[in-house]
Design a protein around this ligand. Structure first.
Ligand code: HEM
Length: 233
């Protein structure tokens, strides 16, 4: 079973990481100490092949909604516990092929997220490595610094700015919602009360998200929730 610590460690890293780790990152960081590490990560991701694992990886890269949202039974056959197990499985395999724990959890997640995107039909890119794991887990930071789903555009821009991210980053990173789903409780207010929403789309969503109840009913973010494509935009 995955230790939440792994995730917490990465949370902090991501929240603080943009500013603090950029100086020495390189795609070749592990070439000398453990050239087998990256192929090992890809192998586990590809062998697992589950959509949920991929969603967990991509989400984990941004992380922490996962920490604050127990969704164990909310997703039918997409079982989050399985996703967490795969993170631990990858970590164990990387430590095994390297002979010792030389690859950081943050780097493992960053590479696994990239490999998951590729496995779901998305583009590839070089991951700059050498991120260090935090020695302290800060769930409080994860909960307060993450953007709330109810933020408006200025609020989102402000939240991203505080992490050193600009409006281009906001648009690009939001594209991660090409994968996965959202719970009815999260978007109910918009489909019943908002005026700045396409009425036909709102009506469509109301079909599976009633005014009361059905909080954990799920709806995809775009028309192809299992493919990494541009449909979200
Ligand atoms: C711009 C700020 C963001 C906001 C306000 C936001 C909000 C949300 C919300 C409300 C959900 C649905 C949660 C639920 O119903 O349980 C969600 C899911 C998701 N988010 Fe974000 N998110 C943001 C940024 C990101 C970023 C930067 C990434 C990745 C790079 C990301 C990846 C995902 C993924 C993959 C899911 C689907 C999870 C699943 O299907 O279980 N999000 N997000």
């Amino acid at each position: 079973m995955a230790s939440p610590t792994h995730f917490l460690v990465v949370v902090v890293l991501l929240l603080l990481g943009v500013a603090t780790t950029a100086f020495s990152l390189s795609p070749n960081f592990y070439d000398k100490v453990c050239p087998q590490a990256l192929p090992a990560i890809r192998k586990v991701v590809e062998a697992d092949g589950s959509l949920f694992t991929s969603v967990v990886m991509v989400h984990s890269f941004w992380i922490p909604h996962l920490l604050s949202k127990p969704r164990k039974n909310a997703r039918g056959n997409l079982n989050p516990v399985r996703g967490f197990e795969v993170v631990d499985q990858i970590k164990a395999e990387v430590d095994r092929v390297c002979g010792r724990p030389v690859v950081s959890c943050a780097d493992i997640l960053a590479v696994a997220a990239r490999d998951s995107v590729v496995a779901l039909g998305g583009p590839t890119w070089k991951v700059r490595l050498g991120r260090r794991d935090s020695t302290r887990a800060r769930l409080d930071l994860a909960n307060t610094e993450l953007p709330s789903p109810s933020l408006d555009l200025p609020g989102l821009l402000n939240n991203f700015r505080k992490q050193g991210l600009n409006r281009r980053d906001l648009v690009a990173l939001s594209g991660a919602h090409t994968l996965g789903v959202s719970r009815c409780s999260i978007f109910r207010n918009r489909i019943y009360n908002a005026t700045n929403i396409d009425p036909a789309f709102a009506k469509q969503r109301r079909a599976t998200c009633p005014r009361t109840g059905g909080n954990t009913n799920l709806a995809p973010f775009d028309s192809t929730p299992a493919h990494f494509d541009t449909a979200y935009f």
